[in-house]
Ligand binder design. Structure first.
Ligand SMILES: Cc1cc2nc3c(=O)[nH]c(=O)nc-3n(C[C@H](O)[C@H](O)[C@H](O)COP(=O)(O)O)c2cc1C
Length: 329
């Protein structure tokens, strides 16, 4: 997929996930072949108030590139100002969030609330486009619509294209649907057919086969994965192998999975400090443990892990218990 000067492999991208897909996770996913990553959403208003938290969220390490920073806001002027400020980190792409369903975001007229106000959304895209150098692509991520009474993704996509978006990402659910039930891939196909800019398809891809199926059913230029990659960053390598050679790589052995988990936690600790990193890693530990024997018990234990050393001890215990049980079968 061509995005400005970037050439992005049509394998799979990592979706933006606030509080989850931080630098450490993005880097691990990149190591496994994620073709492109998008940062956690950042408040444009927070940036203009010089929030330290926003500044931190905008940082990009070389190992994450190509990477988009993602901004949200409801005022063209503030969004333009924030986009300009974000240039300090030399983002490869600036993505505008017009899909977030969280009430605290939509109540301010931002995120998916913009799907109810196309002129305002157009004004934001135009303002951001005008605020940054032309070689930096500006993209937009949005949903199928607001609710069953307002399914306007196709019209929205055309508006985004006309307003200067270099590519769009469509998540096949309405705002009302939040994250369930199944994403509508047909609306993704309709969006792809309606515009000439590249389209990234998103929603419910969680295996090499479903990635291939989304490409086949919708014709998108790139598939984007959110929840499917949690605790399974190797999914990107599995998708690559399947799309390129038709090979279905098995899930890595438990020892390797635990080694990846520890690498992820250590990297997070290096980047954020051990206290914060380990606290934030607890949910990742629970995802890495999904599907293994005794997962519920270990997931409970992960809730009280406080140091990298304790996480390492838990990983060793998981391996020991699972190997013993395997030996006794
Ligand atoms: C924990 C979590 C945080 C998310 N944060 C963001 C975000 O910051 N920006 C955004 O555009 N989408 C966000 N999303 C939505 C995802 O990018 C994606 O559109 C959605 O999860 C559907 O894809 P999936 O079915 O592959 O998970 C988030 C989703 C989850 C589960």
């Amino acid at each position: 997929m061509k995005l400005g000067k970037l050439q992005i492999e049509p394998t799979a991208a990592l979706a933006p996930m606030a509080g989850v897909a931080d630098t450490a996770f993005r880097r691990i996913c990149k190591e496994y072949g994620a073709a492109y990553v998008v940062g956690e959403l950042v408040s444009a208003k927070g940036m203009t108030y010089h929030s330290k938290n926003s500044a931190k969220l905008l940082e990009i390490t070389i190992k994450e590139r190509p990477m988009a920073v993602q901004l949200f806001g409801s005022e063209p002027k503030t969004m333009a100002e924030a986009a300009e400020m974000s240039l300090e980190n030399s983002p490869d792409v600036i993505d505008i969030n017009m899909g977030c369903p969280a009430p605290k975001v939509t109540a301010t007229g931002a995120g998916s609330a913009l799907m109810k106000d196309l002129p305002k959304a157009a004004g934001i895209i135009e303002a951001v486009r005008a605020a940054v150098p032309s070689h930096i692509p500006v993209t937009v991520k949005f949903r199928k619509g607001w609710d069953d009474n307002l399914i306007n993704a196709v019209e929205f996509a055309k508006m985004a294209e006309q307003s200067g978006a270099a590519a769009i990402t469509i998540h096949g659910r309405t705002r009302a649907q939040m994250y369930a039930p199944y994403a509508d891939w047909d609306i993704i196909r309709q969006v792809k057919e309606a515009v000439s800019i590249p389209v990234i398809g998103n929603g419910d891809v969680d295996s090499p086969q479903s990635a291939a199926e989304m490409y086949r059913q919708t014709g998108v230029d790139l598939v984007m994965i959110g929840r499917g990659a949690l605790g399974r960053p190797w999914l990107f390598a599995q998708i690559q192998a399947y799309l390129k050679d038709g090979v279905v790589l098995p899930e890595p052995p438990l020892e390797e999975r635990m080694a990846v988990m520890m690498k992820h936690i250590r990297l997070a600790a290096e980047l954020k400090g051990e206290d914060i990193a380990v606290r934030e890693s607890r949910k990742h530990i629970a995802w890495y443990l999904k599907g293994i024997r005794g997962a519920a018990k270990f997931r409970n234990a992960s809730g009280s892990v406080r140091t990298v050393e304790e996480a390492q001890a838990l990983a060793q215990e998981v391996i020991r218990v699972n190997c013993e049980e395997a030996d006794s079968v």
